[in-house]
Design a protein around this ligand. Structure first.
Ligand SMILES: Nc1ncnc2c1ncn2[C@@H]1O[C@H](COP(=O)(O)OP(=O)(O)OP(=O)(O)O)[C@@H](O)[C@H]1O
Ligand SMILES: [Mg+2]
Length: 324
């Protein structure tokens, strides 16, 4: 963090919109999403399966094009730049995927996997390249003896460490972590999370942390974005959102995930009630068909976003602190 009192916005996402044209029609995966991530901060993105979290990640990385909106990193609009120059969004943003098995090329030795970004982005060669690979492996707690091995010779947790080393190699300021520990055993999850936290404080990194696991979010994040069918329905600090949720959907999420019982953490994926299809989203508030507080109005009008002390929520009948 700089000498400034207020950390600067590293990433600003403004009205990002993404539709998919499928054989069944046009589907809105991300609906005018706006949020920011400050330097050195972790912002978590939570919500049920299919709400659009990974689509946000791939749009931010330029792995797929968005329909409209702005992605601004340190004041630079990546979308405008990439269109003007006809190139990818660059290495301002890096990613660690959910599945360390699928994201590492099984035919490449670890040193080649990590060398790839170092060669293309920094043109490192020879001894310099070798030294940087060893340094990056050390950062994630792996010794240089691992360099000549292939991904299948590692455990899931080690593989995720390798994926993290590869992401660090790009020297991106913001890493998008798309369920980085979901494929790992619970005991290994804790180690990888600890590593991510340590790397963040050592390198001043920012994280956009996508997760189903609210206990993990509490451990790693300072702020939370709650997504429902492509929209952010609530956002605020971890304390605001977890201790005094204002949106009934957030309340339902919190109730459905007993954080102490890891075996039940995946329940977030299967909340009660019918999940409306993104192909046929309800008019008005998307959550209304499943909401215990819904009135006629909720089925007609999209709720405007309300902001109280930085706590944002979009609901016609927000939960009050007194009810909690
Ligand atoms: N390439 C694509 N073509 C068509 N539809 C897509 C495509 N990618 C994603 N979708 C749809 O967009 C919606 C959002 O998908 P996304 O993968 O972003 O959800 P998610 O929140 O990451 O879910 P999960 O928690 O299961 O990973 C889903 O309805 C999905 O089926
Ligand atoms: Mg996903």
């Amino acid at each position: 963090m700089s000498h400034l009192d207020q950390p600067a916005d590293l990433l600003v996402v403004n009205k990002l919109h993404k539709t998919f044209t499928t054989k069944n029609g046009v589907m809105t995966a991300i609906d005018n999403l706006s949020f920011d991530v400050k330097a050195g901060e972790t912002v978590a993105l939570v919500g049920e399966s299919g709400c659009g979290k990974s689509t946000v990640a791939t749009c931010l990385l330029g792995l797929q094009s968005s329909d409209s909106g702005e992605i601004v990193v340190e004041g630079r609009n990546l979308l405008a730049d990439s269109k003007a120059q006809g190139k990818s969004l660059g290495r301002d943003l890096g990613i660690v995927f959910q599945n360390p098995y699928a994201s590492l090329n099984p035919k490449m030795k670890i040193k080649a996997i990590i060398a790839e970004p170092l060669k293309t982005a920094f043109r490192l060669r020879g001894v310099e390249l070798q030294q940087r690979i060893i340094e990056l492996l050390a950062h994630v707690g792996l010794g240089e003896e691992h360099m000549d091995r292939y991904p299948h010779e590692f455990s899931g947790g080690q593989r995720q460490r390798i994926a993290i080393a590869r992401a660090l190699a790009m020297e991106s300021k913001l890493l998008i972590l798309d369920e980085p520990t979901a494929a790992l055993d619970v005991s290994v999850q804790a180690q990888v999370l600890q590593l991510l936290k340590q790397l963040q404080s050592e390198n001043g990194l920012s994280y956009l942390f996508i997760s189903h696991d609210l206990a993990t979010v509490e451990f790693l994040a300072q702020r939370v974005l709650v997504m429902y069918l492509g929209r952010i329905v609530e956002a605020g600090t971890v304390a605001q959102v977890f201790k005094s949720p204002r949106h009934p959907y957030t309340r339902t999420l919190l109730d459905s995930v007993p954080s102490i019982d890891p075996a039940r953490r995946d329940e977030l994926k299967t909340l009660g009630g019918e999940i409306p299809s993104p192909l046929n989203r309800p008019v008005g508030c998307h959550f209304a068909p499943r909401c215990p507080r819904a009135s006629d109005r909720c089925h007609k009008d999209v709720p405007q976003e309300i902001t109280e002390q930085g706590h944002r929520f979009s609901c016609h009948h927000p939960i009050n602190a007194a009810e909690e």
